[in-house]
Design a protein around this ligand. Structure first.
Ligand code: HEC
Length: 164
């Protein structure tokens, strides 16, 4: 079949070019305005949500569980020592999520607070494994201090000072 190069055909071809150009532009420059961005490269670790969401999703519920557990006083059963150990490990791993975030400036300081948080979490787990109640308390204080120190340094006025 022979395609006749009529003015109509030229117009249609031009429109197709414009639309495909637009689609190409959109796929190269994804729409902004949404904080959640999928790991386009498929390469992990890859942050998905912004710091505010991250703190709401991981910092806040974690602190609630932790504080509730600590308010019960020294563990009096293997079950509870295990729970405290797990809370320590949980905090230590959450510190890795915080450490993945790139901040605009003072990245080294940001990472330092994350490292302190992780160290305190591991310390808490170790103390719980040894059934050392004083050690657990000390690590708990250090953990909360790492949250608060980073909030003072990076939170401007929208990061809470947490009461242990
Ligand atoms: C490395 C830095 C850093 C560490 C460590 C850190 N935070 Fe945060 N946190 C921030 C920043 C920055 C904000 C403010 C985010 C925003 O709203 O822009 C914040 C905000 C928060 C908020 C308020 C979120 C909201 O809803 O407005 C909570 C709750 C929170 N953090 C909990 C914690 C807890 C609990 C810990 C420790 C276990 C912790 N954070 C450790 C940097 C940190």
């Amino acid at each position: 079949m022979k395609v006749k190069s009529s003015p109509g055909f030229v117009r249609t071809a031009a429109a197709v070019l414009v639309v495909s150009g637009l689609l190409l532009t959109l796929s190269v420059f994804p729409l902004s305005g949404d904080d959640a961005k999928p790991a386009a490269s498929g390469k992990l670790p890859q942050p998905v949500v912004d710091t505010h969401e991250l703190m709401e999703l991981f910092g806040e519920p974690y602190f609630e569980y932790l504080k509730e557990e600590m308010s019960k006083g020294a563990p009096d059963s293997n079950e509870r020592w295990k729970t405290v150990r797990n809370r320590g490990w949980q905090g230590a791993e959450i510190a890795n999520l915080f450490a993945m975030r790139k901040v605009e400036k003072n990245q080294a300081e940001w990472l330092e607070y994350c490292a302190q948080m992780q160290k305190a979490g591991v310390g808490m787990a170790d103390a719980a494994k040894a059934k050392n109640g004083d050690g657990v308390k000390k690590s708990y204080q250090a953990l909360v201090k790492s949250c608060n120190d980073c909030h003072t340094a990076f939170g401007e006025d929208h990061a809470p000072q947490l009461e242990p």
